[in-house]
Design a protein around this ligand. Structure first.
Ligand code: DHB
Ligand code: FE
Length: 285
């Protein structure tokens, strides 16, 4: 059977992608950000998955206001990096895993979560920046990726509680797939940031670090945070953090297994308009 071996959590700040693509890796402003991912890139080499289930949000790139799926699973063979206004990022095309994606869709929909099936989608910085941070600048991404898009852009957005429950359903789905695949689940976006209005530029280190603590040790408590608290404490775009709860809900301890090992934890301010947060949690077998 397939198995979720680890979860990865990371911000997806678009300026990080631009810094990497424009060769600004070693500039004083960016060097501390990339330093926080050196461990992670080695960890990816040492813990290469067969598939990454990548929870992310589209930023009105693939989905416009014409259609806003709350949860959408990418079932295509491949996903092209999107043109977000400056041309597509010079990164590899993302290969999908249609068979596992279709199985997860079947299982999760039968567990009463309404997923939108997506057979064609370009992927924006929400997906490509986490891949760049974790994998560097390879000719091809190390494995197939199943993109799972969550609406955190246009209200109403799903609650953290629902995202956490969805993670549990995804775990059951993966673990009922009849092939011994090593699957990682990534929760991306966040941490505190607000890009608009009078509070633009808001960053809340206390909230972010308390969230990281809770996510590690008491994820059910993190899942109980109401959406208005994210908006108040972490800024309007801090709501992206609910996506981390999907990945956390898919970890073994939530289903009665042992607590995960914290392989890596990193937090840095600033990167563009936001705080960068990052965690790697390994399931203990
Ligand atoms: C920015 C955009 C994002 O989507 C995000 O999650 C963080 C920062 C930005 O424009 O700086
Ligand atoms: Fe974002």
């Amino acid at each position: 059977m397939a198995k979720i071996t680890a979860s990865v959590y990371t911000s997806h700040v678009p300026a990080i992608g631009a810094a990497l693509d424009l060769g600004k890796l070693h500039e004083p402003y960016w060097a501390p950000v990339f330093k926080g991912y050196e461990y992670s890139k080695q960890w990816m080499e040492d813990n290469r998955p067969d598939v990454i289930f990548l929870v992310f949000n589209d930023h009105a790139t693939a989905f416009s206001l014409d259609m806003i799926p709350t949860f959408a699973i990418g079932c295509a063979d491949s996903f092209t990096p999107a043109d977000e206004g400056w041309g597509p990022r010079p990164v590899p095309v993302v290969k999908g895993h249609p068979e596992l994606a279709a199985h997860i869709a079947q299982s999760v929909i039968q567990q009463d979560f309404d997923l939108t099936i997506v057979n064609k989608m370009d992927v924006d910085h929400g997906l490509t920046v986490p891949l760049s941070l974790m994998c560097g600048q390879p000719q091809a991404w190390p494995c197939p990726v199943i993109p799972f898009a969550v609406n955190v852009v246009q209200y109403p957005v799903p609650s953290g509680r629902r995202c956490f429950e969805l993670g549990k359903a995804i775990r059951k789905a993966v673990e009922s797939y009849d092939e011994p695949l090593n699957v990682q689940i990534w929760g991306t976006g966040g941490m505190s940031h607000q890009l608009q209005g009078p509070r633009a530029g808001l960053i809340n280190k206390e909230f972010d670090n308390a969230f990281l603590d809770k996510l590690i040790a008491d994820p059910a408590a993190a899942a109980a945070i109401p959406h208005i608290d994210y908006v108040r404490e972490a800024g309007s775009e801090g709501i992206e953090l609910v996506m981390w709860l999907i990945a956390r809900g898919a970890m073994a301890d939530v289903a009665g297994g042992p607590a995960p090992k914290v392989a890596h934890r990193f937090y840095h301010v600033p990167a563009s308009n936001t705080a960068v947060g990052h965690l790697i949690l390994e399931n203990q077998s």
